[in-house]
Every structure is written in structure tokens, then in C-alpha cells.
Design a protein around this ligand. Structure first.
Ligand code: FCA
Length: 337
């Protein structure tokens, strides 16, 4: 495993020498002397989620720095993914970065990419084949277990700080166990709470059907009906949207920042929430840098295409806690606003 490196500085030297030639006679060679820019695709499963918009922003920064072109496409399902790959090939792209809508599409995506001669770097969600990660395809993502652990530790610390009793408190774990990175995050978060002494029989899972705010809201509403005696909720989930859906659901039952707390993951999808004048149960988020992951994955792919330098196979980023106290300053440093 390789941690997100300090990225290499721009090396690009574009040969824009058209018009500098000695011959003044226009011919087809001199008319098209500017070399075509390398083109890559950046395909994401949920383009409406700020996380992915910030990844695109990072990819755009790499494109501007190195002088390549990036085609940003939303691929919410398998059909659109395959069509996007075909379109990239027609448009003259040499490869693509992808956060796939379904990790089990990995083999099919690689087959189509190989047919078209496109290089592939995966981001966020690692391809799976026959239940195993396709570790041969370069992957850039977050260190899911470490970030999940920090989420759980933060909730445990806040629980102790507030002096709530375990008998009155329960954990609401919004889960999406079909996706490995999601399961690793929530499993690690739950393990950290247990390690901090939180009783296992007070930890309840709310499985999401869809990985968005409504998907979490619906799952958590069911859980709240089943456990109407709980006085304090500690909320965890695989990302900010999962925790935001849960926060909306507990607020609907009268919980406030004084009686419930949630900690998200991503740090990109909770900015409006943290900016609300009055605190909500959304306490904070584990920020992993979307712009840096977008930059790094696009940069790796570009250098692979341009120089034949194969990317590292596994690159992970760490997370830091943002809360209402520090988020503006940290987001500014990350280029997120
Ligand atoms: C998954 C989630 C995103 C983000 C990303 C790093 O793709 O769906 O919200 O957390 O991992």
C-alpha cells in the first residue's frame, strides 16, 4: 500500500511551434503542427455528489498543469458505463479514471477497455472479480479501515464527554455492505466503538438500499420506529450522505445536537450542514481529500499514457476530522469551498 504522495511537479512542455518554421508555404503538416493533446476520461457513478465534483476539480487541475484534456462523464449504471467507454474511444481518449457504479462490472469494463486500447485507473471503489479485488488494476482510494476507526473513536469520545449513559444511548450504523469500501468503513467504526467499551447489543444497523440521503433516511426511519425508547443516538455511516439522511430522520423524531450526534466520511458533502447557523446532530466528518484523489488518479493515468510509467497499484489517503470549529480553515487548505 502506498500513501498518497506529494505529487510530482508539472513537467509538461508542449511543442507549440506552429508558425515558427522557416517555410511560409502552408502545407498540411505545418497547418496541424500543434500536437494533439492527450485525452482521458474521468467517469464517476454519482456526479450529483459533491465528493465526485471535487474529484473532477482535482482532475481539471492536473489537466491544466500538464496540458491534457479530461472528459468528465457521469456513469450511474452499467449500460451508461459501457456507452461512455465506447464514446471515449471514438473521441480519441487514451484511457480513463473510473469510480464504477458497481464493482462487479470490473471484468466487463476491463474487457471493453482492452478491446479499445484504453488504460484504466480506478478511484474510490475497487473492481471485484469472483469476490476478490482486482488488484492488478491501479487503484486510488481512501484508507477505509483507518478512516472508519477514527469515525468510531470520535463518536466514542463524544459519547463519554457528554456523560450519556449506555442504557439510554444506541448506535445507528447506516450500512451498505455490498460495497467493500463502505463495509470496511462501517465495520471498523463499529469495532472502534466496541473497543472503547460501547455495548455490542446497543449497536444497530440500518442497511441502505441506495447510497444517497433518501436511501439512508428511509433505512434509519425504520430503525427509529423499532427503537423508540432510545434517548441518545450515535450515528455512523460510509459517507456524509449516509449520516445526513440519518440526521434528517432523527431530527424528524425531535432529536437535536444536544441529544444525538453523527460523524460522516468524505468532508465534501456536509459543508452546507456545518455552515447552518444552529448546530444540528451532524457533529463532523472524516475528511479525505477528493481534489487530491482526483488530481493523483488523473496524473497517474496521464504519465502512464505519456511516458509509459505504470502507476502504483494501490494508493490510499488518510482522513482528518472536521467539525464546526475547524472546517472552514481545513477546507480552504484543501481547495474546497
Ligand atoms: C465511495 C462513496 C463516496 C466516497 C468515495 C471515496 O465511492 O460512495 O461517497 O466516499 O467512496
Amino acid at each position: 500500500m502506498k500513501l498518497l504522495p506529494c505529487l510530482a511537479p508539472a513537467l509538461l512542455c508542449l511543442g507549440f511551434l506552429a508558425g515558427c518554421g522557416k517555410s511560409t508555404a502552408p502545407d498540411s503538416a505545418s497547418a496541424s503542427a500543434a500536437p494533439a493533446k492527450i485525452k482521458i476520461g474521468f467517469l464517476v457513478k454519482q456526479p450529483e455528489e459533491p465528493w465526485f465534483q471535487y474529484e473532477w476539480k482535482g482532475a481539471d487541475k492536473a489537466a491544466a498543469q500538464y496540458g491534457f484534456e479530461v472528459m468528465k462523464l457521469g456513469v450511474p449504471d452499467g449500460e451508461k458505463t459501457m456507452a461512455a467507454i465506447d464514446n471515449l474511444a471514438v473521441a480519441g481518449a487514451s484511457g480513463f479514471v473510473i469510480c464504477t457504479p458497481d464493482v462487479r462490472l470490473g471484468p466487463q469494463i476491463m474487457r471493453r477497455a482492452n478491446e479499445k486500447g484504453l488504460k484504466v485507473v480506478t478511484v474510490d471503489d475497487q473492481f471485484v472479480k469472483d469476490g476478490k479485488f482486482m488488484t492488478e488494476v491501479p487503484y486510488v482510494g481512501m484508507s477505509a479501515s483507518r478512516i472508519g476507526t477514527k469515525q468510531g473513536e470520535t463518536l466514542a469520545a463524544e459519547f463519554k464527554k457528554r456523560g450519556w449513559s449506555a442504557a439510554d444511548t444506541a448506535v445507528c450504523a447506516v450500512t451498505f455492505e455490498e460495497l467493500d469500501t463502505a463495509r470496511e468503513r462501517t465495520d471498523s467504526s463499529i469495532a472502534a466503538l466496541k473497543a472503547a467499551g460501547f455495548p455490542a447489543d446497543r449497536i444497530f444497523k440500518a442497511p441502505q438500499k441506495t447510497t444517497d440521503i433518501p436511501g439512508s433516511f428511509d433505512a434509519v426511519s425504520v430503525l427509529l420506529t423499532q427503537h423508540s425508547d432510545v434517548k441518545h443516538w450515535l450515528i455512523l455511516g460510509m459517507n456524509d450522505s449516509a449520516v445526513l439522511g440519518a440526521v434528517r430522520a432523527v431530527e424528524g423524531r425531535g432529536f437535536t445536537a444536544e441529544t444525538a450526534i453523527g460523524v460522516g466520511i468524505n468532508g465534501t458533502d456536509c459543508i452546507d450542514e456545518l455552515r447552518k447557523p444552529k448546530p444540528t446532530p451532524f457533529f463532523g466528518s472524516m475528511l479525505a481529500s477528493a481534489p487530491q484523489e482526483g488530481f493523483a488518479s488523473a496524473e497517474m493515468l496521464y504519465l502512464w499514457i505519456k511516458d509509459g510509467t505504470p502507476p502504483p497499484l494501490d494508493t490510499r489517503s488518510e482522513g482528518i476530522l472536521i467539525t464546526r470549529e475547524n472546517f472552514e480553515e481545513i477546507l480552504k487548505k484543501e481547495g474546497i469551498n
